[in-house]
Ligand binder design. Structure first.
Ligand code: SF4
Length: 317
């Protein structure tokens, strides 16, 4: 090992001065990676300018994810969870497209959970669902009052709201005879969840593309798991969807998830290939290079791995 290791000089904190305004998420990372002021953000991975090419590219990614993880089987009835956000509209569109083209038969049921959030224009979504081309169902369970009453100080509304949503949607799937529950999480949701688990929960885990729920009945699928959020945003701009913002979340700009998303955007700006690499890493796990002795028996004799150096982090030291 070289004895001339580079030393990163961390500036001493001057406590005699008032605290500076909080640094934007990711700015520190940018300075450490570049050893100074972050460079101008390079162009991000190109989004096809033609709406048709963009649609085909997303369709390819969704189809590949569906195929790679066996998300849909002949005879399935998918409950397509329509929150009214951009991802849910995109998911329904690409599942409808897959339904038209796939060599198997499966049903789609678009389901919206009306949680009674004040000012949420559920009727707009219902009107849209009436002509969306698939059967739909609205579940009305007003969780808003419960969230407001039971929320512990310092906790985000999402932490409780999402648990309530999940339980209600799982129950609805059973009652409606759905075999799987489709959620609109995309690649950046998967990566942000990974960072949240690493930085705040001490766990190496993310969002699986397929998950059999603990209730033993429901199976969750995430057909957009490979699709970058930027592509979904660009796709949605080409359509006329009545988007329903979540007014509860809008009031919580400090959500850790939002901060992880900002961090990912900054990394993507610095290194345009980094997020595809991060997604690939989810599919390429090497337990013997981690520290979990439940996942790997460290008594096992193996090669030292030096032949892989050009493909791992040693190549950057
Ligand atoms: S985004 Fe809104 S609806 Fe979704 S979990 Fe958070 S508070 Fe609930």
């Amino acid at each position: 090992m070289s004895s001339h290791l580079p030393v990163i000089q961390v500036p001493r904190l001057d406590t005699s001065q008032p605290a500076a305004e909080a640094e934007a998420p990711g700015a520190l990372l940018g300075r450490l990676l570049t050893g100074g002021t972050p460079p101008a953000v390079p162009a991000r991975a190109a989004i096809p300018s033609s709406a048709r090419t963009l649609e085909r590219r997303i369709a390819y990614m969704a189809t590949k994810a569906i195929h790679d993880y066996g998300m849909i089987a002949d005879g399935d009835k998918l409950m397509v969870c329509m929150s009214g956000g951009k991802d849910s509209y995109a998911m329904l569109h690409f599942l409808q497209r897959a339904q038209r083209k796939a060599p198997i038969d499966f049903e789609l049921l678009a389901v919206h959970l009306d949680q009674g959030h004040p000012g949420s224009p559920t009727e707009t979504l219902e009107t849209w669902l009436q002509q969306c081309g698939s059967p739909y169902h609205i579940v009305r369970e007003h969780t808003y009052d419960i969230v407001m009453e039971k929320l512990e100080p310092g906790k985000t509304t999402c932490s409780l709201c999402s648990r309530l949503r999940r339980g209600i949607l799982y129950d609805a799937a059973k009652k409606l005879g759905c075999t799987k529950v489709a959620l609109g999480h995309h690649r950046d949701d998967v990566l942000a969840t990974f960072l949240l688990n690493v930085f705040f929960c001490g766990q190496l885990k993310a969002m699986p593309p397929v998950l059999r729920a603990e209730d033993g009945y429901n199976t969750v699928i995430r057909p957009l798991a490979y699709v970058p959020e930027e592509m979904i945003k660009a796709f949605v701009k080409t359509r006329d969807y009545p988007l329903l913002p979540c007014r509860l979340c809008d009031k919580q700009p400090d959500l850790k998830r939002s901060q992880m998303e900002a961090l990912l955007r900054e990394i993507d700006g610095l290194y345009p290939g980094a997020l595809p690499s991060a997604l690939h890493a989810m599919k390429n796990v090497h337990p013997r290079f981690l520290m979990d002795n439940k996942a790997w028996n460290f008594d096992t004799v193996v090669q030292d791995g030096s032949g892989e150096a050009d493909r791992d982090a040693d190549a950057f030291s």
